[in-house]
Design a protein around this ligand. Structure first.
Ligand code: ADP
Length: 624
């Protein structure tokens, strides 16, 4: 209970942070909406009583005018606050979406790559899709709870007098209904009815919520099929050539059938609990009308007050029922809310800025690099006894790795798949933090460096690089504004010059948002990715399998240019094509995360028992 309160309070804090002033507006709106029916109940009773007392036409007209005016004022104010609440609510959900999406871009890369974090993000999305679990199911119940509290208070104010208006009545039956015993009985019946409602509403809300929660994993897989297999043309070829369509159709059909079952059960649950609530309500209403009617008949209060008391009690019970239902909803929503708070870094298990508590990756410090450090001539990198294991795995991806990269050096890193080449680069760029050892930039631990300054050191092209559906120039600069000359030079240098002739820097890549956009081949994309790394003019250029998607001619051209491209830069080339590394002054050979050999191509080939010799000769036969 205490924990739930804490999570709900956290959620309310999130709402107030995202849209300041939204909650006070909701309170005002709830108060006005709750007040509105009571104006009519109270004044209708007063008008009927006035008529019975023999009010004249003028007085009656005055009464009607007051009632109409109050309705107008209250309705107008309610409409005004509703507009205010809607505007702020739209802003709230826009800010919320922005915050959720930004979080993925801000999280340390180490966490983004983890399955648990991806699964958490997807679960939050699906919970919201299925029945608004999360923020939606916090905002609406909070509004309804506040409104029901006002309803209960207003109702008590207009019906409580009925309990004390006791007295003698003619005959046994009237006498009983006018007695204090009947007041006590009526109070007990109202309380009983509230209890039945609390029970039925909270049970049915809980079950409905549980049924929806059961739909989340089904919906998750269904949406995955839809987004990744059906709504995208990328899988179109394989679906047609390998007849995957039948399999996808049958899997999706099964998911639909699985999803229908909980919905059917849901309708049954609602019918049963609603029926029980209606029966209890019928018994209570019968007794209320009898008691209030008899008392009016006995002259304990005027007939018009029947409207006031019966209406007040009705509002009281429905206020309580809403209150109970919404509190149950809030409690059932706690799990989803907790996930959101945790994801946004506002929950309990969070340590530092991350979700998994391993820190925020490298380059978390404040030291900004001095100007001379930005030039490759004076930039020395050293891995000192670096070891690293991916979270959730057993074996070391890097094992006690030690080597230095001299200023302006051209270094190649080779090794079979899985030997740790890409991991080494990820650590160097600060995407992961070593478990042991240090990475030093001019003798200074990379952890101490300012993140922005640290990132500016590297122009990297990973194997699985990503280009975006923006303009070509914007892709290069990572910003709307770019230096056209620099962009053209980088594209020329990367071998994209001929293709650039048919387009300009504003041309969008892909057709996702622009029908005039260009679809590019894998090789062209790789050249643009290289140009993006060059555009940055970073002192260290890192190319991880830079030519994997290029045809032999294009590969030859890139390597021809690499010497020129890497002039005035430190360069690290990763490739499993041994022949492409020959031109580098020094080659590191990785195996199982360890550095097993290093030297020039000629030196390494001389060691006929070495790993390099083995790899070289294994590939050489294909090039003969
Ligand atoms: P290479 O670039 O030499 O092909 P990697 O550095 O990509 O090798 O991988 C080194 C080892 O780390 C491999 O055993 C690989 O399976 C593992 N690995 C790579 N990325 C991850 C990851 N995100 N999570 C868990 N293990 C990983």
């Amino acid at each position: 209970m205490k924990k739930n309160m804490k999570v709900i309070a956290g959620g309310i804090g999130l709402i107030e942070g995202l849209s300041p002033g939204f909650l006070p507006c909701c309170v005002l709106q709830a108060c006005l909406n709750a007040l509105s029916p009571f104006i009519n109940i109270y004044l209708s009773a007063a008008l009927i009583n006035g008529l019975l007392e023999g009010w004249g036409m003028i007085r009656l007209l005055q009464g009607v005018c007051v009632m109409a005016l109050l309705n107008l004022v209250c309705g107008g104010l309610a409409a005004w606050t509703e507009r205010l609440v809607n505007v702020k609510q739209n802003a709230l959900f826009a800010q919320y979406d922005w915050k959720l999406n930004s979080r993925m871009m801000e999280l340390p890369y180490e966490e983004v790559e983890r399955y648990e974090v991806q699964a958490l993000r997807e679960r939050i999305r699906q919970m919201a899709n299925v029945n608004g679990m999360g923020l939606w199911n916090l905002v609406n119940p909070v509004k309804a709870v506040v409104r029901s509290v006002f309803t209960i208070l207003f109702a008590i104010a207009i019906f409580c007098a009925v309990f004390v208006q006791c007295g003698p009545g003619e005959g046994m039956l009237t006498g009983f209904f006018c007695s204090a015993w009947a007041s006590a009985g009526l109070a007990a019946l109202i309380l009983g009815n509230i209890c039945v409602n609390l029970y039925t509403v909270s049970r049915s809300t809980k079950k409905v919520f549980a049924a929806f929660a059961g739909l989340v994993p089904i919906n998750q897989v269904y949406s995955y099929y839809l987004e990744n297999y059906i709504d995208t043309y990328h899988s179109g070829k394989d679906i047609r050539l390998y007849r995957q369509g039948d399999l996808i159709r049958s899997e999706m059909g099964k998911l639909l059938r699985d999803g229908r079952e909980p919905m059917k059960r849901l309708k049954g649950i609602e019918f049963r609990y609603n029926g029980l609530g209606s029966l209890a309500g019928f018994a209570m209403n019968l007794t209320i009308y009898l008691t209030v009617g008899m008392r009016a008949l006995a002259g304990l209060f005027p007939v018009g007050s029947i409207v006031q008391y019966v209406g007040g009690i009705g509002q009281f019970v429905s206020g309580f029922t809403t209150f109970a239902a919404q509190i149950t909803l809030l409690n059932s929503n706690v799990e989803a809310l907790e996930l959101i708070l945790r994801y946004l870094g506002m929950g309990e298990p969070e340590e530092k800025s991350g979700l998994i508590g391993r820190g925020s990756g490298l380059c978390g410090g404040k030291t900004v690099l001095e100007e001379p450090l930005r030039s490759a001539d004076s930039l020395e990198i050293e891995f000192r006894n670096v070891s690293f294991t991916y979270p959730g795995t057993e074996s070391k991806a890097l094992d006690n790795l030690s080597f230095a990269i001299n200023p302006g050096e051209k270094l190649a890193v080779v090794g079979v798949n899985g030997s740790g080449k890409t991991t080494m680069i990820k650590l160097l760029c600060g995407l992961y933090e070593p478990d042991q050892g240090e990475i030093l930039v001019n003798g200074r631990d990379i952890r101490e460096l300012d993140q922005e300054a640290c990132r500016k050191l590297f122009g990297v092209v990973f194997q699985d690089f990503q280009l975006f559906s923006f303009g070509l120039g914007q892709n290069l600069a990572g910003s709307r504004i770019y230096d056209g000359e620099r962009a053209r030079a980088a594209l020329e240098e990367a071998g994209f010059g001929a293709r650039l002739a048919g387009m300009d820097l504003e041309t969008s890549l892909y057709k996702d948002f622009d029908p005039q956009g260009v679809e590019i081949s894998g090789g062209e994309a790789q050249k643009i990715a290289i140009a993006r790394a060059l555009y940055r003019q970073a002192p260290i250029l890192i190319l991880d399998e830079p030519t994997a998607a290029l045809d032999p001619q294009a590969e030859y051209e890139v390597y021809e240019k690499l010497n020129h491209i890497s002039e005035n830069r430190t360069a690290i080339f990763i490739s499993h094509r041994m022949s492409s590394c020959r031109f580098c002054g020094r080659i590191l050979v990785l195996d199982g995360g360890r550095l097993v050999q290093e030297g020039s191509h000629e030196e390494l080939l001389r060691d006929s028992g070495g790993r390099y010799f083995e790899l070289w000769h294994a590939q050489e036969q294909y090039y003969r």
